[in-house]
Design a protein around this ligand. Structure first.
Ligand code: NAI
Ligand code: MG
Length: 502
């Protein structure tokens, strides 16, 4: 199968946006990096440079943190009523919907994901997240608490709790859902009244910068949202270690999550982490086979497998193994791989050369160790970073392809005999615990297995269902804290107990 090439004509806002050298958003102004340096952004479908973006470093992070601190402590932001704050967040959601096509094109160009997916999922989900969080701004409540202090007999008190914003937040996000991750991070921070320094991934900085323009258009006061593009080891590390930050929120690799945590120990910043995964997807013999084939294929191939929750270990009951895995392999072979901006494309390129090499390296290691590819197995084409949708069988539990997060379109299918403790043990046998899937028509089996899987999300007869109201996060080394839903508010607020003698 060849790589599709008929790309759409880009929105004029997109072409003009990428033409101009992009600056940093600090204190309501678009400014050059202190060093004056920029770095190139690539189109992963071709490897060509599409834009130049300011390379923020420690000095820029410091300026941004100071601006965020000023905006948090004084000025218009802390004086806004919850309702006014909520309306600003809502307006940001509206502006995103108004610019849906433009944002989807920019995301597809920068990240490589299919334009159809960016239009249907990334951008509308981001808008919905802001709309959902806007409603919370007026509902962040404390309690009144009847207390009975034993050493103050007869005394009366009025005791209550307040939930206050945690303060200035540093947010570091990855490249797999660049725009949506910016929304997951900014939405709850803004709804709760925090101020933010956001560092997008160096691979995909463009939509976050465009979002910065929409933040200004919505009318957020200067310094509430600051956006500093730059590299992880410089800008990211400076943000995680900055003493002026009260909390760091990170999404990315488990390895870097641990570095963030170390950096935060100096001054005991609050930390929330959304990290890697190696999610088990379990198909029982009574499952609706057509549904399970399509569902388990999309569980791994959606977003080219560049999903922290990708269903990358497919456990299939022995009696249906050949049929189900054959079906998934057929689905893999049917996927139209091509540039994200071709409307017919179903799977785009890996986001970068290094990610492409990483995924190809895993494929080589798996095949060298004795795994067999029943679909795909290598790269596709000579230009861009395309990898074939791949289904591996004959793997062993200790292989790298089974233990480590590949973050590519590669699933390992593993047979099991019975739904027993051995299956549960195998499904839970990784350092991760982000998500899991169960496919069965038997309600009792579905819910009892859901209870035994060590994962922050379990999908039953579906996969990759996300909603602004549904909390998402990891067990084990997949992270700390839950994003989305009202749980996300806990990450950005702290509770104050007030006790007054009457
Ligand atoms: P990464 O964890 O290095 O990058 C994520 C973000 O962290 C980026 O904004 C990056 O600039 C920043 N960062 C990197 N080093 C940092 C440091 N020392 N201090 C502060 N910030 C830092 O992920 P990378 O290298 O892009 O991908 C490697 C692997 O990580 C992938 O193959 C995948 O397995 C995993 N990953 C998981 C993601 C998830 O959603 N859970 C997202 C991206 C990658
Ligand atoms: Mg890295």
């Amino acid at each position: 199968m060849s790589i599709a090439t008929a790309e759409i004509r880009l929105d004029k806002n997109v072409t003009s946006f990428v033409k101009e050298r992009r600056k940093l958003l600090i204190d309501g102004q678009w400014v050059d990096a202190a060093s004056g340096k920029t770095f190139p952004v690539e189109n992963p479908a071709t490897g060509e440079v599409i834009a130049h973006v300011s390379e923020g470093t420690k000095e820029d992070i410091d300026r941004a943190v100071k601006a965020a601190r000023r905006a948090f402590e004084s000025g218009a932001w802390p004086r806004l009523s919850p309702s006014e704050r909520g309306r600003l967040v809502w307006k940001l959601g509206d502006l995103i919907l108004e610019h849906l096509e433009e944002l989807a094109e920019l995301e597809s160009l920068d990240n490589g994901k299919p334009i159809a997916v960016a239009r249907a999922a990334d951008v509308p989900l981001a808008a919905d997240l802001f709309h959902y969080m806007a409603g919370w701004a007026t509902k962040i409540e404390g309690n009144t608490i009847p207390i009975s202090v034993p050493y103050a007999p007869g005394a009366k008190f009025h005791a209550y709790t307040l939930r206050e914003p945690v303060g200035v937040v540093g947010q570091i996000i990855p490249w797999n859902f660049p725009f949506l991750m910016a929304a997951w991070k900014l939405g709850p921070a803004l709804a709760t009244g925090c101020t933010v320094v956001l560092k997008p991934a160096e691979e995909t900085p463009l939509t976050a910068l465009r979002l910065g323009e929409l933040v200004q258009e919505a009318g957020f006061p200067d310094g509430v949202v600051n956006i500093v593009t730059g590299f992880g080891e410089t800008a990211g590390a400076a943000l995680a270690a900055h003493p002026g930050i009260d909390k760091v929120a990170f999404t990315g690799s488990t390895e870097v999550g641990k570095l963030i945590l170390k950096a935060a120990t100096n001054d005991l910043k609050k930390v929330s982490l959304e990290l890697g995964g190696k999610s088990p997807n379990v198909v029982l013999r009574d499952a609706d086979l057509d549904l399970a084939i399509k569902g388990t294929a999309s569980a791994i191939f959606f977003n080219h497998g560049q999903c922290c929750c990708a269903g990358s270990r497919l456990f299939v009951q022995q009696s249906i193994f050949d049929k189900l895995v054959g079906g998934v392999a057929d689905e893999a072979k049917k996927i139209r791989v091509g540039p994200g901006l071709d409307p017919k494309t179903q799977m785009g390129p890996m986001v970068s050369e290094s990610q492409f090499n990483r995924v190809c390296g895993y494929l080589e290691s798996g095949l060298a160790e004795g795994a067999k590819a029943v679909a795909g197995g290598g790269k596709r084409g000579d230009k861009g970073y395309f990898v074939e949708p791949t289904v591996l069988v004959d793997t062993k539990p200790d292989m790298k392809v089974i233990q480590e997060e590949i973050f590519g379109p590669v699933v390992a299918a593993i047979p099991f005999k019975e739904l027993d403790d051995d299956l549960v043990k195998a499904a839970n046998d990784t350092i991760y615990g982000l998500a899991a899937g169960v496919w069965t028509r038997d309600l009792s089996k579905a819910h009892s297995l859901a209870g035994k899987l060590k994962a922050g999300t379990v999908w039953v007869n579906c996969y990759n269902i996300f909603d602004a109201a549904l909390p998402f996060g990891g067990y084990k080394q997949s992270g700390w804290g839950r994003e989305m839903g009202h749980d996300a508010l806990d990450l950005y607020t702290q509770k104050k107990a007030v006790c007054a003698a009457l």
